[in-house]
Structures are given as C-alpha cells and as structure tokens.
Write a protein that binds this ligand. Structure first.
Ligand code: SF4
Ligand code: SF4
Length: 385
C-alpha cells in the first residue's frame, strides 16, 4: 500500500488501498431504455469502445496492481460478441467474475459458453413484477418473458440466483408481488434497491423518487417477508436499499474516493466510480496510461483522496473518517461544486435541496409515460445541448 500526505493536525489520510473491484463497462449500447439508468446522459457521444485486446491488457494490468473481482457491465454487456472470450481471459488471470445484465440478448447457448469460460456469478435485473410495467419501463414488449426464461436457465446451470429490482414510486407499492416473483423463481439473493439519483435517474428524479410513506411501507413489508423466510429456514436473502435522499448523513461513497473501486468505461476512461465522468475533473484513459500510473499517480484518482481537499463543514467534522464527506457526484450535481459536503448531510448548507426533493415527491404527478427514457435519440439531443 502507498500513502499520500496530510498535515499533522488532521487525522492521517488512509493509505491508498488496492483496486480490489474492477468494473468493466464494456459498452454503452443497450436494447432497453430504463429511465433510471446510471449511464451518462451523453453516452451516445462517447468515444470508440475498447477492443478485445485492449480489455485483455486492462484486465492484466489491473490484476497486477491487486484487482481480484471483475464485474462485466454496461450498457448491456451481452451486446459484446466477445463476452465469453473476455470472461475466459479474466478467469485465466485469476479474477472472480461477475456478469451484471438485464438478460436481454442471453440465450441458453451463450449461457453455456459463459459457464465453459468459467463465469462465477450472474445478476439479472428486472424493471417490475408485472409484464406491462416491466416492458414499459424497459421499452421492450419481450423483455419480461425473456428475463423469466433466462432467470430459470441461470438457475438450471447451478449459479446462485441473484435478482436485482430497481424500485421507485411507480413500482414500489407492489413490493410484495416483486418478492413473490423472486421466490417463485427460486432466487437466492434479491436486491430491492430504490433507485439512486445519478445519470438518467437524476434527470427523472421528480417522477421517480418515492414518498417517505411509500418507502416505509415497502421496508416494513420486506422485513415481514424476511422474518417469515428466516423462521422457515428459507435460503432466500432479501436486501433492501433505501435512497439516501431520506437520510441525514451521506453514504461513504465507494468506500472513499480511489480506495477500492476502479471503473473503466467503454472508451477506456478510468474513473474512481461509474458516475464520476460528469465531474469537471480530467480523468486518464487506459489507451494512454498504465493502470499503475492511473491508480497511484493520476490527478483524477488523487483529487479527493485523504481529507486535505475538504472545505467546511467537513474539514473540522469528526465524522469525516466515516463518510469521507459523502458522494462527490451528488455534491456536484446538487451544489455545483464537487468539493462541497454531500447535501444529503444535515450539516450541509445545501441540505435544503434534499428537503425540497422530499417535499416534491409528496406532490409529484409525473406519469410513467412522461419520464425521459434512456435511448440514443434522447442522449444525442442532450449531448448537442
Ligand atoms: S439500467 Fe436499463 S438502460 Fe441502463 S444499461 Fe441497464 S438495462 Fe440498459
Ligand atoms: S459534515 Fe461532511 S464529514 Fe461531517 S457528517 Fe456531514 S458530510 Fe460527513
């Protein structure tokens, strides 16, 4: 481990950890158009995707500096025809391999090829528990049936069944039906994650943020199911993730900037988290720099390490070693300055924007059809300004 400096009156900056988690965003192409997608709004204007050989080099370099797990994500990673090859190479290098997918584009043959390549883990995301809402949100008439079929095929191949439901004000009231569907599919782990407001979700926040009453009801029902499943000795684990808009302290985003997570985007830009591309910070590209240089010496990865960059109230706050001032992307989106305390924090002078968003959620009437869907057309319009 290598460390960066700090003044003697401050708590010592934590040593720079190893990039244990490599998120390989293989492509921004995706057949679906979820209005809560965390991809950048201008994804359609991004540069050329890394080739198979370039990904091989990235995976080898990341492994050399300590990466142990790799997540293949996107966009929809299944769009890449070299996915089995990439999985095979990751496995050969000694990674624990995860595929994070919507299941669209998956076939039994491809699943078999991933299994043969050594894939360890698959997570399938659903949009809703019923076909109509799921397909509307996904922007595809076939999405739901395809997901059900592929969830069964994944289970049949001996993978742990990991399902992810992004919840929001249009589906969270059906949490019981969502859980029932997961149980019917024999899921081992279910992540019920209220959408986090980055990328397209932030653009659609007024139409997506649930009310406090919706959230509390959903959490109560989840806890009741959890207790029932535990009493039955049922193997399914339910994980409920609340949006930080209803918290008074921010999350320790990414476990601290540049401390554990390394994201490489489709065009090779390296980021400390997948949302960081929107920040006014120059981030390096794997086509021009080694990952060792990027992780330890680049301006972008050192920009918010340690505590010296913090203004008040974080600078003199005794909680800064716990939450590192929260999320830099959220601070930038909601205050215009990425150095500010995350406004989720009640100590932030900007906490009012969070309170206003909660208030807005109480009165929002945006119908599901009027959300801005994540697709090439909308992205190009946004990119043009
Ligand atoms: S969130 Fe939806 S639109 Fe975004 S990459 Fe995933 S499946 Fe595609
Ligand atoms: S003031 Fe900053 S360091 Fe203190 S709790 Fe709030 S966000 Fe965390």
């Amino acid at each position: 481990m290598k460390s960066i400096g700090s003044s003697s009156s401050e708590p010592a900056a934590p040593p720079v950890g190893l990039p244990l988690w490599l998120l390989a965003e293989l492509t921004y192409r995706c057949p679906l158009q979820c209005p809560y997608c965390s991809n950048p709004l201008d994804f359609a204007a991004q540069g050329k995707e890394l080739s198979t050989e370039e990904w091989f080099r990235v995976m080898a370099q990341a492994r050399e500096i300590g990466a142990a797990q790799i997540g293949f994500s996107g966009g929809e990673p299944l769009v890449r025809q070299d996915l089995a090859e990439l999985i095979g190479e990751a496995r050969r290098l000694g990674y624990y391999t995860n595929l994070i997918t919507s299941g669209i584009g998956l076939t039994e043959e491809r699943l078999d090829s991933f299994k043969a390549a050594g894939l360890d883990h698959i997570q399938i995301s659903f949009q809703a528990s019923d076909e109509q809402v799921n397909n509307l949100l996904a922007g595809s008439k076939k999405a739901f049936a395809q997901k059900l079929a592929m969830a069964k095929a994944v289970k049949e191949r001996g993978y742990p069944m990991v399902l992810n439901f992004v919840t929001h004000r249009h589906n969270i009231d059906r949490i019981d039906r969502i859980i029932e569907l997961c149980l019917a599919l024999e899921a081992d782990f279910v992540e019920l994650a209220t959408c986090q407001f980055y990328g397209w979700a932030e653009l659609n926040r007024v139409g997506l943020l649930p009310t406090r009453a919706q959230l509390e009801r959903a959490e109560r029902i989840t806890n009741e199911y959890r207790a029932r499943l535990e009493a039955q000795g049922h193997p399914c684990k339910l994980i409920f993730v609340t949006p930080d808009y209803y918290e008074e302290r921010p999350k320790a985003c990414m476990n601290g900037w540049g401390s554990l997570f390394l994201t490489v985007t489709p065009d090779g830009t390296a980021l400390p988290c997948h949302g960081a591309r929107q920040l006014p910070v120059a981030f390096p590209n794997v086509r021009e720099h080694s990952l060792d240089d990027i992780w330890y010496r680049s301006f972008g990865f050192n920009r918010f390490r340690g505590y010296d960059w913090m203004p008040e109230p974080c600078r003199s706050c005794d909680e800064k070693t716990k939450d590192f001032g929260g999320c830099r992307c959220q601070a930038f989106m909601l205050t215009g300055d990425a150095s500010n305390a995350d406004p989720v924090c009640a100590k932030s002078a900007h906490h009012g924007v969070i309170l206003a968003a909660r208030e807005e959620a109480e009165y929002s009437t945006t119908p599901i059809e009027e959300l801005t869907y994540r697709n090439e057309r909308n992205s190009k319009i946004i990119a043009r300004g």
